[in-house]
Ligand binder design. Structure first.
Ligand SMILES: [Zn+2]
Length: 451
């Protein structure tokens, strides 16, 4: 598709360009001026080459010199060459919406996904093309017992995700050995996700967290789609991922054979690469945010929304699609102890003329709420004090009656802000006359299980 590679492209105008410059083996770079290099497979020889993008045009080269460095394609490990699909060229992508429609139509045609789920998966696909530029790696969790339908979905994902690498039954020790320097999109089938594998998957969602393998640091930051029929709703992975259920197909789906696979690869992958090249700089500096979502979902939404930066219609569609997951996440956190603590704090805040709150009093209130919910948790004032500290509410000695909080305006505001961030139910029926209850929904969001 692309022209034959030239041996070298140089952007350094100074004579320094003629001096030997440090060589960097790379799989992709995006420079400050919006130019970029991207790893390609030369359709003639099968070897890797660099697509050098100057912001408007692309040249295929064996090496590229810029800013005093010479970039060369990072080598394709022998057994990985076939497993990771690399583009052979790029093509104009049209509008973001037309590209979005083409991808979601492929999911609706070849898989049993419902329309809304097909849209969510399409957001994941687009974000997978920008993982190296996003704050959080996109993660997709596919649930449900329909295993053959899930496999069909993973096959379509393999054709359209960036550098997809399909894997089955990964163990924690094999996870650390994956070729992360390629920034692959992992497509995994797991009958179970052990707590240690879940920990690794969660770590790989966050930028800058390393694993240690044979004394060397490995950066596992990568996009991933995981099919697991047995994943539990309370798993933390589910809270940080787009979750779609896959159901048995109710009617016969067109066969997704190798021809259909190649058609998708030939048609969509060059467009997706074209979309990446044209939008990388804009996506890297995206300020998209969804502050009313729980913090885990908000992080995910930021990355998914950034990947369609410049298209507000797609961004609002994303927010609508994630709304249900957000409501569920908020419903779950209502049961956490922190939320009950905040309910107790709000209740005491709303008592007239109250200017101080002793830890002992709060313990009794919180205990009463827990009893009312049939929770068999015994609270000690010491534990409540520690919990207050964890919420950023520091107690002080209030004389002979013990430690507590002075209910200053600042403290009351902090309690209300926290209650909003935790989605505490009591705030949904605000206390009449309390000016802090009446304030609009804040933008702060706290995750009860992180940090
Ligand atoms: Zn209030």
């Amino acid at each position: 598709m692309e022209k034959r590679p030239v041996s070298r492209v140089t952007r350094d105008p100074s004579p320094a360009a003629l001096k030997p410059s440090p060589r960097i083996a790379t799989s992709c770079e995006v420079f400050a001026d919006g130019s970029a290099v991207e790893l390609l497979r030369d359709s003639g020889t099968g070897a890797s080459a660099l697509l050098v993008w100057d912001g408007k045009q692309a040249t295929v080269a064996k090496e590229f010199t810029c800013g005093g460095h010479t970039y060369v394609p990072c080598p394709i490990p022998g057994d990985m060459g076939e497993a990771i699909a690399l583009p052979t060229g790029h093509a104009p992508h049209g509008s973001a919406q037309s590209l979005f429609s083409e991808i979601s139509e492929a999911f609706q045609r070849y898989t049993s996904l419902a329309e809304e789920s097909a849209f969510l998966v399409t957001f994941f696909v687009l974000a997978s093309w920008f993982t190296d530029l996003l704050p959080t790696a996109p993660c997709l969790l596919i649930c449900g017992p329909a295993e053959s339908e899930a496999r069909a979905l993973l096959r379509v994902l393999r054709c359209v995700c960036r550098r997809a690498l399909s894997l089955a039954e990964l163990t924690p020790s094999s996870f650390a050995t994956l070729p992360f320097s390629w920034r692959p999109t992992l497509l995994m089938i797991q009958q179970e996700i052990s707590p240690s594998l879940e920990g690794l998957l969660l770590a790989s969602n966050s930028r800058g967290i390393h694993l240690l393998r044979n004394g060397k640091l490995v950066d596992p930051f990568c996009a991933k789609a995981v099919y697991c029929p047995t994943v539990l709703p309370e798993s933390h992975l589910m809270k940080t991922a787009i979750t779609v259920g896959i159901s048995p197909a109710t009617m016969a789906l067109p066969v997704f054979d190798t021809q259909a696979e190649e058609a998708l690869l030939d048609h969509l992958v060059p467009k997706l690469l074209g979309y990446r090249l044209a939008n990388a700089a804009r996506i890297r500096s995206s300020q998209f945010d969804a502050p009313r979502f729980t913090s885990s979902l908000r992080e995910l939404a930021r990355s998914l929304g950034a990947a369609v930066e410049g298209d507000e219609e797609l961004q609002s569609r994303l927010e609508r699609l994630l709304e249900e997951q957000n409501t569920e996440a908020k419903a779950e956190r209502w049961d956490f102890l922190e939320s009950v603590m905040l309910e107790g704090l709000l209740f005491r805040c709303h008592q007239p003329e109250k200017d101080r709150l002793y830890v002992g009093e709060l313990t009794q209130t919180v205990q009463a709420i827990l009893v009312g919910r049939e929770e068999k948790i015994e609270l000690e004032p010491r534990a409540v004090g520690a919990q207050l500290k964890a919420l950023g509410l520091h107690t002080a000695s209030l004389g002979s009656a013990g430690r507590g909080l002075l209910l200053t305006n600042d403290i009351r505001r902090r309690i209300h802000d926290l209650a909003r961030a935790y989605g505490v139910r009591a705030l949904e029926a605000p206390k009449g006359g309390c000016p802090l209850c009446a304030e609009p929904v804040g933008t702060e969001s706290v995750d009860t299980k992180s940090s």
